[in-house]
Design a protein around this ligand. Structure first.
Ligand SMILES: C[S@@+](CC[C@H](N)C(=O)[O-])C[C@H]1O[C@@H](n2cnc3c(N)ncnc32)[C@H](O)[C@@H]1O
Length: 457
């Protein structure tokens, strides 16, 4: 890898700083790659290989492109159509850990934050009220903005905090000791607050083979027994991220579980995958340690429809809600949440991690009319917590109800204006001159993503 980096730099006659700027990563990362101290993750390796075979640095360059992204035009509400193509589809820092369904590209968030900071002279504090896997929280932290991030899904909270909160990195010796104690544990002790109906790991069901169920339950109990709360979270999130691969669930189906025959489970493979996932995180967090002035966000449980923040306390509310019922976040996360529900965390209150609670508050679980009935609540809450002059930004795509297309972004604008927001910008985000999402289920619809910016009077 260090040869590739130096060849690229020679070819384009650029410094390590220039290359870092082009790739959208820190200088210390490029320096560590070239010095052979660290290896970039898979997607970045592909970007670097492309760069080596390309004659055009700006064609792949991150920063060269985004200057054409968020700009105001005179075309009325639609400020511009944003198209990043696919060439920038890699994720630096910890973005790539435990990818969340429907997570935002990091560069889109970064560019949007940059636009708000410069064009509206607004520097926060920022609330990401649908945190998901923490893309907004991480990008805000990287740009030095004070950030709070909330979600009702326990997996979202665990992932977002693990990915964004700089904790002292555990040594390999400590990790190995934890891993060995988990691996050797043969006593099953699970929390009894798990809602048996929705938990896919306990009880008789077909989602895990008997052998897999036993192994997973022993591993979960081993995680519960760890003394260190950081290690507990690290192993729990890692197990949640890989567990679907060892179940009978066909993970290509996003909204519902489909049974597949998984005849070749092996505990050895499961443990190896767990260890690999933990190491991937540790590798990625090393890059964050190098970011100057990194401002860890505060991640907490919170319902966007009734926020636990004071009136007029935020400068920016950045909302990336579910797109109607296109992805039912509760359903597709039942297996990962099940892991969390069965662990006694040292630092997470148990009532926050039940599948039942998640289902009750998740606006994407249920019908489209149920989803729509919440829009006024969460948009109103965003208005309430914003300071006068504060900026509300929301990214939302089209939705489908049994093949019928609907456009929840229009509701956000209408509800927002009725609360007193003033419409400022509407960007449309497409990919490769085409639909924003490339979803071909339930008919071949063209879906767009809309980026709405409104201001509180
Ligand atoms: C589109 S995802 C956000 C993805 C995120 N931007 C990312 O890049 O990872 C929507 C999120 O809304 C969360 N959600 C659903 N209902 C909610 C509610 N009432 N309050 C807070 N979060 C909610 C879901 O759990 C899901 O994490």
């Amino acid at each position: 890898m260090h040869n590739i980096i130096s060849q690229i730099r020679k070819k384009f006659n650029i410094s390590q700083e220039d290359l870092a700027h082009t790739l959208g990563v820190s200088y210390t990362s490029v320096n560590a790659w070239e010095g052979g101290k660290r290896t970039p993750h898979g997607r970045m390796i592909n970007v670097l290989k492309d760069l080596l075979n390309s004659d055009d640095l700006s064609g792949l360059g991150v920063n060269a492109k985004y200057k054409n992204g968020f700009v105001r035009t005179n075309a009325g509400y639609v400020s511009s159509v944003i198209d990043y193509n696919n060439s920038r589809d890699y994720l630096p820092y910890t973005h790539n850990i435990g990818r969340w369904y429907g997570s935002l590209p990091s560069f889109l968030v970064r560019d949007l934050l940059n636009f708000i900071q410069t064009d509206y002279c607004n520097s926060g504090p920022l609330l990401a009220n649908f945190s998901g896997s923490g893309t907004v929280a991480l990008e805000a932290a990287l740009s030095g903005v004070t950030c709070y991030a909330t979600d009702i899904n326990p997996m979202a909270i665990a992932l977002s905090s693990l990915k964004t909160q700089l904790t002292t990195k555990p040594s390999i010796a400590k990790l190995e000791a934890a891993f060995n104690s988990i691996s050797l544990n043969k006593i099953i002790q699970l929390t009894d607050s798990a809602s048996t109906k929705d938990n896919l790991i306990i009880g008789e069901n077909r989602w895990l083979s008997d052998e897999a169920r036993l192994a997973v339950q022993e591993i979960i109990s081993g995680i519960s027994l760890l003394e260190d709360s950081v290690l507990q979270r690290l192993f729990a999130v890692s197990l949640s991220s890989i567990i679907v691969n060892f179940s009978n669930i066909d993970k290509r189906c996003t909204n519902h579980y489909v049974f597949k025959d998984n005849g070749n489970f092996s505990r050895h493979k499961l443990e190896n995958a767990l260890w690999e996932e933990v190491l991937e995180y540790i590798n990625a967090i090393s890059e964050l340690e190098d970011v100057p002035d990194y401002k860890s966000p505060e991640i907490m449980y919170g319902n966007a429809c009734s926020l636990d923040f004071e009136n007029e306390s935020m400068g920016i509310v950045f909302s990336h809600p579910p797109y109607g019922t296109t992805i039912n976040y509760y359903s597709i996360n039942r297996m990962p949440i099940s892991v969390h529900e069965l662990i006694s965390f040292k630092d997470i209150p148990q009532q926050v991690v039940t599948t039942a609670d998640c289902k009750k508050n998740d606006i994407s679980s249920g019908t489209l009319s149920r989803f729509n009935s919440f829009t006024d609540n969460w948009v109103g809450e965003a208005y309430r917590v914003l300071k006068p002059g504060g900026i509300f930004v929301s990214i939302i795509g089209d939705s489908r109800d049994n093949g019928k297309l609907s456009h929840p972004f229009t509701d956000i604008i209408t509800r927002g204006e009725s609360h007193g927001f003033i419409m400022k910008e509407l960007f449309i985000w497409v990919t490769n001159h085409k639909a924003g999402m490339h979803v071909k289920r339930k008919g071949n619809h063209i879906d767009h993503n809309y980026i709405i910016i409104m201001e509180k009077k």
